[in-house]
Design a binder for this molecule. Structure first.
Ligand SMILES: Nc1ncnc2c1ncn2[C@@H]1O[C@H](COP(=O)(O)OP(=O)(O)OP(=O)(O)O)[C@@H](O)[C@H]1O
Ligand SMILES: [Mg+2]
Length: 509
């Protein structure tokens, strides 16, 4: 299948960046970015939030032009002025959340802008469909090429982007945190596809904050720190500890430091919450000082439950009470007044005001309260914002930075800071460390533990078992919209949590 491209026959790297520099006004995003990607290889690029990984990707994608340094493709110097130039040169970038056209079919999306024409001058739909079928068969993907892309999962949308890359015969595939929003099975399927791309002679690059993924998939790893290249190693020759040291520049102390805290009075009570087709008969309570984890597979209904508890979505029956008082349905402001806060899963879409500053985002949820006391002064706002930004290690040069220009992980931290600043009684966090680097992850865990110690009740949704087992006092496991197990910290193991996450409990099956 690989085209007869003379450039491919040379033995050097497929793609190289050498000491690449990129600034945005006063912000130096890349001081010295270097990387060489080779055919038949899956290369990990890792580094803390804001290290410059996505900036490297955007230069390869033709979204940004470098200020200085070398960029070579198959040995030839290139300087892309557009994403089209990058694509046409055989580079395909798969983003965390692809942007397909929802009202076009899978096939039409794959052939967007380059439909083959039949001998009669018509668009040759049959040829397109056959090609897509062949690619899907090769990738072992069971999608119908004729279906519209509307409503497809993120995982399927990524596969379509990959199919498009194959159909364009891309020689370099770049994936920027593709697994962040995928379930375990979907990650496995993506890895199988990535391996077959590698075996076909392509160069694959993979960005992730999860070391288990890096070690399972990649053969080579490059570490970046503060916009600069640190080291490249063979995966077989390195360890997680060594990579963490290179990323952070120091030793990172243990993750999941949940401290023992005295559990106090009941704060939040959820009784028989039901939303037909989404979740059924959900009951649980959260007490002061307690961290309750909601575990389960992606799609089990965990996010839907907490959205209903916080009043973002409604429910058909059941009740939510805070300190004995009913929290009305579908009124997030009332829920906030009652002392609830929800840090949503998709922070970029649901939590961040991209055009506002970092400081403005952090204080946006408390502004009403400050104003009620006639206290709305920039000084107070800035002090509140700076405190939380520092606690969460938001790497921004100033609180007046526009939030949309922060790195993905730093945007996550800003939204977390915003909700913590509301000083809630019960904090609900949906995937608190997704997209967050290893050093800050430890900081987020320490912070959650500290907040519980101060008497906050915490509900934590997490798809990472070690995080669940390390942080939770109690684990509620959901499967297909129902709670299938409630397990105390002392009894929770990855086996019993996984079992409950994948099986209906007896009384419901
Ligand atoms: N368009 C922009 N304008 C201003 N600053 C930017 C812009 N794009 C990136 N930056 C800055 O460049 C730095 C590197 O960001 P980048 O997105 O490359 O980090 P990253 O390594 O991908 O981090 P993450 O793991 O959080 O995704 C950050 O400090 C970011 O704020
Ligand atoms: Mg990034």
């Amino acid at each position: 299948m690989v085209a007869e491209d003379p450039a491919r026959r040379n033995t050097g790297p497929a793609l190289e960046l050498e000491r690449v520099v990129k600034s945005f006004g006063p912000v130096v995003a890349l001081r010295s970015g270097s990387l060489s990607l080779h055919r038949n290889s899956i290369h990990a690029l890792i580094g803390e939030n804001g290290a410059g990984k996505s900036t490297m990707v955007k230069i390869m994608a033709g979204l940004y032009r470098r200020d200085a340094g070398e960029f070579r493709l198959h040995g030839e110097s290139v300087d892309f002025a557009s994403t089209a130039q990058s694509k046409n040169s055989g580079i395909a970038v798969i983003y965390q959340e692809p942007t397909l056209f929802p009202d076009l079919s899978i096939t039409e999306n794959i052939f967007m802008g380059r439909q083959p024409v039949s001998r009669f001058g018509r668009i040759d739909r049959k040829a397109m469909r056959v090609e897509v079928e062949q690619i899907f068969a090769r990738l072992g993907v069971g999608l119908d090429p004729d279906r519209l892309t509307e409503g497809l999962s993120i995982a399927d949308q990524q596969i379509i982007e990959i199919a498009k890359a194959i159909s364009l015969d891309a020689s370099v595939l770049i994936m920027d945190e593709p697994t962040a929003a995928l379930s375990g099975v979907e990650v496995e399927r993506l890895f199988t596809v990535a391996r077959s791309l590698r075996d076909e002679g392509r160069a694959v690059m993979f960005i992730s904050h999860r070391f288990d993924e890096v070690f399972a998939l990649c053969d080579t790893v490059t570490v970046m720190r503060d916009g600069a290249y640190i080291a490249t190693q063979q995966i077989a020759d390195t360890t997680v500890d060594e990579l963490v040291r290179q990323m952070v520049g120091r030793d990172v102390t243990e993750l999941f430091p949940k401290q023992e805290t005295a559990v106090g009075e009941e704060l939040l009570r959820v009784d028989g919450l039901t939303s037909p087709g989404t979740f059924h008969d959900i009951s649980f309570s959260v007490r002061a000082g307690e961290i309750v984890a909601l575990a389960g597979l992606v799609g089990a209904g965990r996010s839907e439950v907490v959205r209903a508890v916080f009043g973002v979505d409604g429910y058909a029956s059941g009740a939510v009470t805070m300190g004995g008082q009913t929290v009305p349905q579908k009124k997030p402001t009332a829920a906030m007044r009652a002392g609830l806060a929800l840090v949503p899963e998709d922070r970029r879409k649901q939590g961040l005001i991209v055009d506002a500053t970092v400081g403005g985002n952090i204080t946006s949820a408390i502004r009403r309260r400050l104003a009620a006391f006639g206290l709305i002064t920039t000084g107070i706002e800035n002090r509140a914002a700076r405190g939380w930004a520092a606690k969460l290690e938001v790497k921004s040069h100033a609180l007046d930075t526009v939030a949309g220009t922060l790195s993905g992980g730093n945007q996550q931290k800003v939204v977390l800071a915003k909700w913590l600043a509301t000083n809630p009684k019960v904090l609900i966090v949906d995937e608190p460390t997704r997209g967050i680097d290893v050093g800050t992850k430890a900081a987020v865990h320490a912070l959650l533990s500290e907040l519980a110690g101060e008497g906050l009740g915490i509900v934590m949704i997490s798809s990472e078992l070690p995080e669940v087992l390390g942080m939770a006092d109690r684990v509620l496991v959901m499967h297909e919209g129902r709670i299938t197990a409630e397990i105390d910290r002392a009894d929770a193991t990855s086996e019993n949590v996984m079992h409950a996450a994948t099986h209906a409990s007896e009384q419901h099956s």
